[in-house]
Design a binder for this molecule. Sequence first.
Ligand code: BGC
Length: 353
Amino acid sequence: MSITKRFYDNSAAGTLVHIFTLKNSKGTTVKITNFGGIVTSLMVPDKNGNFEDIVLGYDKLSDYEKKGPYFGAVIGRYANRIGNACFELNGAEYRLDKNEGENHLHGGFIGFDKVVWNAEIVTRNGAEALELVYRSKDGEGGFPGNLDVKVTYSLTEDNALVIDYYAVSDKDTVVNLTNHSYFNLAGHASGNILSQKLMINADKFTPVDKASIPTGELVDVKGTPMDFTKMKTIGQDINADFEQIIFTKGYDHNWVLNTNGNLKEKAAEVIDEKSGRVMEVYTTKPGVQLYTANFLDGSEIGKGGVPYYKNAALCLETQYFPDSVNKKNFPSAVLKAGEKYNHTTIYKFAVLK
Ligand code: BGC
């Protein structure tokens, strides 16, 4: 595996931004920019050895800077929503950016997806890896504590994109980091993902209210359109007459993973039978957000001038559950001062035999 670095563009604020290309001996190639830690391209082979770019994105840095779907980005300090954009910690109330109505979404007005990270090519387990470092200052987005964050991307010889997240804070705080790649295993320009198949290793999900804030319940998926315990096409139940799906115009929920932090057990799997491409997801996190790109409407013009429409991709964002900072029964996203936040998520690619 090798990593090369090239100039991408200057950010609006005049900072030099680069693109790093990670390539293994199989020809699998991942491009990542140190603006937002964004995965801008991911070329993986199909069953006949043909490579296709399977993530949505833009050509220009200025589009990543201006636009809002979080294509490919690192999300932080807190992935997904926090109800009423506030939470309490150690008896103090923290008021966060209200960047989605009354609520907080994906880190606020300037989340980790909209900042320039320091990038370095390092050696990890005998292979090169891309290390991205960012200091989120005390009070940024409303969160307490200076938070030093490190996200390390590596690509293995067996086609796994490994993302290691690390953070440490000088005050008690909350942290929930994820990656927001939009995957379409048939190719980013191929249309919708409704005929692709999905398995999520979860017996429960966390229902939401009309504003997509979890109600706090953990509900069985059995007998509902939310059941992905057995592989089914994403389109099978996506238009079901089911309140949760109506609220979010498709899937946009957190599943409670049965894997419970075990990186060795499969958390989710996507199959595109036509191309034969397969993606497996492994994670140390307790939850995963399945988002079926419900809010894309053709107005986002992506790479190569391709308009992205509804359901053009799916995101599998591994995470603590949304709004866990206000839900005592959800696994806690609190990070004590000096404690280490360490998580890993793996997206592993293969082909059907
Ligand atoms: C959220 C969606 C949101 C999308 C970003 C997902 O993680 O769950 O509701 O629209 O990110 O655009």
